[in-house]
Structures are given as C-alpha cells and as structure tokens.
Design a protein around this ligand. Structure first.
Ligand code: TRP
Length: 394
C-alpha cells in the first residue's frame, strides 16, 4: 500500500496558484474544482497500463493527478493517431529538482508514445514579469537551462526547443491570429491583469498558447497536443488555447497536470526564491548534502518522544522526496513510511540515506549536463522558413 503524501494540515489556509505566484498550503482537489479540470481516474490508469504495459510512479502516486481530455488523446492514439508533447520553462534562474518533475515525465511520455516534444523558453515572459532581470539575462539563462533539459536524455530527432525572442518570425503569425480572439476583459479575468500591468505581459499569454498549434501549422495537418505541466499553467490552456482552438480549426490541447515538489522548509513548494530549501541541479554535492541535512522534518522534539509516538511522515519534506523521486519502489517506500511513523526510524538516519541518493542523482545529472553543452545545436530550431530546421542540420 502506498501512503499518499499530502499535507493535510491547515486545509483551511488560504492559498494562491497563478502562473506567476504559488503560495500557501495548496488544496489540490479544490484546484480541480476551481479550474474545472478532471481528476485522473482508475480507468485512465488502466488505459496507460494497456498502452505502455505499466503505470509510472508519478501516476500511481498521484503526482500527476489532474487532466483535460487525456482520455480523448489516449483513445486517438490507440486508434492510430499520433500526438505531440508541449511544455516549457520560464528562465528565471537555476533549475531545481521541482522543475525536473514534469520534464522527467515528459521524457517518459516521449519514449513510451514515440512523441515529438516542443519546448518553449519564455525569456520574454520572465523579463516582462520581473522587476530586476534584463532581457539579455533571461535570454542567457534560457540557454543555460536548456542544458538541464538535454541532460534528461530527450531524443534530439524528436525534440524541438526554442526561445521566444529567437523564434519570433515563426511564432508571431500564429500569435496574431490567437490574440485577435481574446479581449482585454477576458485576459483581465483570467490572469488578473490590472491597469498598471505592462502591455507586453498582457499580450504574452497568446505566445504561450502558440506551441499548442505550432506543429499543426508547420506540418499542415491537425495534430493532437498533450501538455504535461504543473497545474499553475492551466489558465493559459483554459483561458486562451482551448478557447481559440475551435475558432482557428485546431484540436483543443489536452493537459496532464502535476503537483509541486515541496521545499525542504516547513510547508510550501520548492522555490528558487528560497535557495536554502531548494536543491538546484548545479549545486555542488557538499551543498546538496548540507541542504538535506538541514531540512525541516516531521520528527519529534526528543528521541524518546519519537520512539514513543513515531514521526509525522505526512508533513515531512524528506518523506516527500522519497515519494516524488528517490524511492521508486512502492514497498520500500511503504517501509520508510511505517518505520518513520512507528518511531523505528530516526530523522538523522533518514536524512543521511536521502542525502546520499540526492547527491548521487545530482552528480549524475551534472555529468550529463556537461555533455549537453556539445548538443545544443541538435535541439534548438532555427527561425527560418519551415520552422523545424536545427543548426546541426544546416
Ligand atoms: N510560463 C512557464 C513558466 O514560467 C513556461 C512555459 C511556457 C510553459 N510554455 C509552457 C510551462 C508550457 C509549461 C507548459 O515557467
């Protein structure tokens, strides 16, 4: 049996989830209601089992938990119609483990469904939103972040990465067509724009919608799109892409939404703005180890108390890390949970074990990240006619 790692405390607490702000203790079921998405059902899990021969731990464990039209896209696939994947990254700074979750799953989907991936770096968005980053900085950061994507092992023949500001000739005609169907009052109600919001940010959502249709436009035929992403990105699909798709003659893009990996502090998602509680892919091993060892835990005040009462795995980031990424085997995970909550396992030992696994993961990632520097031209598409040619091919 797997214990679903969810923080049940403070469910009355206020929380905010928008594309630009995620705060508080998130009630994920409430988000489903609020956004009007659908919980991933047992029958969808069965469909995955049938099509791929297994159910990925992220699905089994409810880390990817919500969707739109996932049943539809799997049915079409079963009937012989291929789909493509679309996801992206706002290049604000270094990539942390929380960012990797949707990308790891995207890579898995690419392998299992032999699907193309279109990956957008929104250097424009992050410049427009930020008070401090220059456009030159977000542009440079995007190229650095690209190494993390390549390091995950995506197939260069099936992966097309681009930065908004470098790929605008290809993106803009589609953006213009989308934008014509979205009024300012719609944009205000979806994204909370105000009179003080700059014009760039008001136009930006059309650009995030573009890749949903890009392969259909470039290849001249309608191709279903599946977006694996954290649930905070949903307004772009709900408010823009799915609204305009029928008007422009495209399929509505399907989505599969994940939860956020927590930070190592008490509550809250992993966040680059709290660097001590986030593990960056570029952190030296010593730093990774220190961060894990300094983590908040669900432990008791004294060893005696912990032996007697057991610790609280459900509120413990260390347990969540095993749950998300560092213990794929369900019965081993169940054992950690039982040993923790029964008081057999003490937090120091539990943190040591996790630290060694995280260090190993990050070290391996860093080796691949180094090699990725040679591969950039095999992933980035050029902004020339046709839109899909890479530098390595010219
Ligand atoms: N807006 C996202 C961010 O700030 C980046 C992004 C662009 C994205 N296109 C996407 C994320 C598609 C998920 C899916 O991180």
């Amino acid at each position: 049996m797997i214990h679903v790692a969810e923080d049940h405390q403070d469910s009355q607490e206020e929380f905010t989830v928008t594309p630009w702000t995620v705060k508080g203790t998130i009630d994920y079921d409430k988000l489903i209601e609020k956004f009007g998405t659908t919980k991933i059902s047992q029958s969808i899990l069965k469909k995955f089992q049938k099509l791929t021969g297994e159910i990925h731990p992220f699905l089994r464990r409810g880390i990817f938990y919500s969707h739109r039209d996932l049943d539809w896209i799997l049915e079409r696939y079963q009937a012989g119609e291929e789909f493509f994947l679309y996801t992206g990254r706002g290049p604000t700074g270094n990539v942390h483990l929380g960012h990797l979750i949707p990308w790891i799953f995207t890579k898995y989907l690419q392998d299992k469904f032999n699907a193309e991936l279109y990956f957008q770096y929104t250097d424009d968005e992050r410049f427009l939103y930020s008070d401090s980053s220059t456009l030159e900085e977000t542009h440079t950061t995007a190229y650095d972040n690209l190494l993390d994507l390549i390091a995950l092992g995506f197939d260069p023949k099936k992966t097309f990465a681009f930065l908004d500001t470098d790929y605008m000739r290809t993106l803009y005609p589609i953006a213009a067509k989308i934008s014509k169907h979205i009024t300012l009052s719609t944009a205000k109600s979806i994204f909370g724009f105000e009179n003080s919001t700059n014009l760039g940010l008001i136009f930006f959502p059309t650009l995030e919608a573009v890749p949903c249709f890009l392969p259909s436009v470039l290849k001249g035929k309608n191709i279903p799109c599946l977006i694996p992403a954290a649930i905070d990105q949903d307004p772009y699909w709900r408010g823009i892409a799915r609204e305009v798709a029928p008007k422009l003659g495209f399929y509505k893009p399907a989505q599969i939404h994940c939860k956020f990996m927590p930070g190592l502090g008490q509550g809250g998602k992993m966040s680059a703005s709290e660097p001590d509680t986030a593990i960056f892919t570029t952190d030296p091993p010593k730093v990774v180890e220190r961060k894990v060892m300094n983590s908040f835990t669900g432990g008791r005040k004294t060893v005696e108390e912990q032996r007697r009462l057991g610790a609280q795995a459900d509120i413990c980031p260390i347990y969540h890390y095993y749950y998300f990424l560092f213990e794929q085997n369900d019965s081993e995970l169940g054992k950690i949970y039982d040993d923790c909550t029964s008081g057999r396992l003490l937090c120091g030992d539990c943190k040591h074990l996790l630290a060694s696994r995280v260090v190993e993961y990050v070290e391996r990632h860093q080796e691949k990240r180094e090699k990725a520097k040679e591969l950039v031209d095999e992933f980035v598409v050029q902004d020339v006619k046709g839109g899909l040619r890479k530098k390595s091919e010219s």
